[in-house]
Design a protein around this ligand. Structure first.
Ligand code: EPU
Length: 420
């Protein structure tokens, strides 16, 4: 059974929405816990299906996993390093963090290829090169990566691209290696810092997180600890766009405003009024007088690729031609076809899209082809005339915690039903 959500557009949103813990930090923090020799408690865990899939994998590894509300306690004391070949590996991209974590802990991991959203090619060559630089051998046998090392030894690793996944995976493999590992051209996303904060509380010795050089001095053992996840800057950015499009006065609470500077400055450029008060951003929304702007996705602190898709929907409501250049995932434009079905006028050309606005949107049946495409369609549905039915909702549920309830509490009209 699959689910669709139906959204009746045109209802103005008002009120407060509280942002959940960051998905892209959570999906790395959970695998990282297997490195500890005792229980790790994580607070602020979002209610998303990626967390459920990681829970399944940890239970397969004989970890004790207890989730109560948004607190997750993982006890890896009796870990059994079995081959990870179940479907849960396929359900999310981030299952690959168990490669680094299990390699770091047990010096061996066997795991089928990770899944996740299709955004064009998503190689993991930089992760593999990092593991090899630390002394591991990597083979691909019967659809599984088999990665093992007699000993992991610190090394200097230069990343050709500042990959979030490769930076985290190499850190996980290196925290218990002998000697010093230096990752050059490391990713600087806030989620990297969150993972380093957890590892540091576990007893790791890491410096430079948030800069492009991370230095790790290996330690013999890591212990349990408590950790609170940072707020999700992508969920927050999505709600800022939703509020700009469909809101009157919406308060987006539990944000770190510095993490959102790229998106707030673009929204201001388009004409949206906002105020920052402590850990909240108050958005005064409305589609009148929005003007076109150009965006270029970049690594942090540049404009996040994950927010390119929801912002594209808002750009359909701005007068003039906006240009979107996608430098991280050049094929991340499937939402444009769906938006065009609703009346948008978007031309795609290589890794660029030209959005000709403003165009009224009309509810119809569309498909969430990936997580952030789903977010882009939710924004569109909220401002469209009539009802929009969004299929493949499971993509949205992978990354947005309680999105239906959060929107309904702001005044949106949303229902969900199962279809064959
Ligand atoms: N790349 C390589 N080789 C590698 C790794 C990456 O060529 O070994 C390339 C990728 O193909 C891509 C670019 O480098 O073109 C960026 O990839 P990166 O490794 O930084 O991304 P990721 O770790 O796979 C994470 C998030 C994505 C987010 C990107 C960019 C997680 C689980 N996923 O992916 O989140 O778009 O960083 O910030 O953290 C999402 O939340 O919707 C999402 C897709």
């Amino acid at each position: 059974m699959a689910e669709v959500i139906a959204i009746e557009g045109g209802h103005k949103l008002n009120g407060t929405v509280v942002v959940s813990g960051a998905k892209n930090a959570t999906v790395a923090l959970i695998p990282a816990t297997v490195l500890a020799d005792g229980p790790v408690t994580i607070y602020g865990v979002p209610e998303i299906s990626d967390v459920d899939a990681l829970g399944v994998l940890l239970k397969e590894l004989n970890c004790n996993v207890a989730l109560e509300e948004d607190t997750l306690i993982i006890d890896p004391t009796h870990l059994e390093n079995i081959s990870l070949v179940s479907e849960a590996v396929d359900k999310l991209r981030a299952s690959y963090y168990l490669m680094g974590a299990l390699l770091g802990k047990c010096k061996k991991v066997t795991m089928r290829a990770p899944g996740g959203c299709f955004l064009g090619p998503r190689p993991i060559d930089l992760h593999i090169k990092g593991f090899e630089a630390l002394g591991a051998t990597v083979e691909f046998v019967n659809g599984c990566h088999v990665i093992e090392a007699k000993e992991l030894k610190g090394a200097t690793i230069y990343l050709d691209f500042a990959s979030v996944g490769a930076t985290i995976n190499i850190m996980l493999a290196a925290v218990k290696a002998t000697g010093r590992t230096i990752i050059e051209n490391a990713a600087k996303e806030p989620e990297i810092i969150d993972v380093v904060n957890l590892l540091t509380k576990m007893g790791a010795n890491i410096r430079g997180a948030g800069t492009d050089t991370i230095t790790i001095d290996g330690v013999e053992s890591l212990h349990g600890c408590d950790h609170e996840i940072i707020p999700d800057r992508i969920e927050a950015g999505t709600f800022l766009v939703i509020a700009a499009a469909a809101g009157e006065k919406v308060i987006v609470q539990n944000v770190i405003p510095q993490h959102l500077e790229a998106v707030t400055s673009k929204l201001r450029e388009m004409g949206t009024k906002m105020e920052i008060v402590g850990d909240s951003i108050i958005v005064y929304g409305g589609l009148d007088n929005l003007v076109a702007t150009d965006i270029r996705t970049q690594i942090y602190p540049g404009f996040a690729t994950d927010l390119q898709q929801p912002l594209t929907t808002l750009l359909t409501q701005a007068s003039g031609c906006s240009q979107v250049v996608e430098t991280i995932y050049p094929e991340r434009f499937k939402h444009c076809d769906e938006l065009n079905k609703m009346g948008a006028n978007i031309e795609k050309c290589d890794s660029m899209a030209y959005i000709h606005g403003s165009t009224p949107l009309t509810g119809t049946s569309v498909q969430a082809t990936d997580l952030r495409c789903g977010a882009a369609l939710v924004v569109a549905a909220l401002i469209a005339n009539g009802v929009t039915e969004i299929g493949n909702v499971y993509h949205i549920d992978r990354g947005y915690s309680n999105i239906d309830q959060k929107l309904i509490s702001l005044g949106a009209r949303i229902t969900r039903r199962e279809i064959d």
